[in-house]
Ligand binder design. Structure first.
Ligand code: FES
Length: 158
């Protein structure tokens, strides 16, 4: 559910989301996750608002947003596909699967296909370690995903 109730300008809404988390210890990271959850990405125009509420330098907020791959600055595709790259999944073929995914989609991690259908991301553990390689497609986790199954999941999106 929206923290802000979808009322007001984007800046007003970002301010409200930031204020909802500002008392947390190390508030910046939770705030950035919350803003991304709310808006799908963290836009350049959001940085001064977040910095103002948290009493940080804009450069500091920018540095964190650009350092962590989790934070998206460009709009995401209609579906986000995340491939687990953590150890248990790597041991059963996640690296090969990731290469296949990049080839199949023609994009790298953190990028979106030109038609706006899919954003490809890497994630470190989806809580499905015994059934790797694990992939999350549009919020749903799938296990034992090899290249063929991956292609099938993509086909369902298009
Ligand atoms: S290591 Fe891939 S789901 Fe946990």
């Amino acid at each position: 559910m929206s923290v802000t109730g979808e009322v007001g300008t984007r800046a007003d809404r970002v301010r409200a989301v930031t204020r909802a988390h500002e008392q947390r210890r190390g508030a910046l990271i939770p705030v950035l996750h919350a803003v991304q959850h709310e808006f799908g990405r963290i836009a350049a125009e959001d940085l001064p608002v977040i910095a103002d509420v948290l009493n940080l330098a804009i450069a500091e907020v920018h540095g964190v947003v650009t350092f962590y791959r989790d934070f998206r600055r460009a709009p995401a595709g209609r579906a986000i596909v995340r491939i687990c790259g953590a150890e248990a999944c790597q041991a059963v073929g996640a690296t090969t699967l990731a290469g296949h995914a990049r080839d199949r989609l023609g994009i790298g991690f953190g990028e979106t296909t030109a038609d706006g259908t899919v954003t490809l991301d890497e994630v470190f553990c989806l809580g499905n370690c015994a059934l790797g390689p694990s992939v999350e497609v549009a919020g749903r986790v799938y296990g034992r995903v090899g290249p063929d199954r991956f292609d099938g999941l993509l086909g369902d999106l298009r």
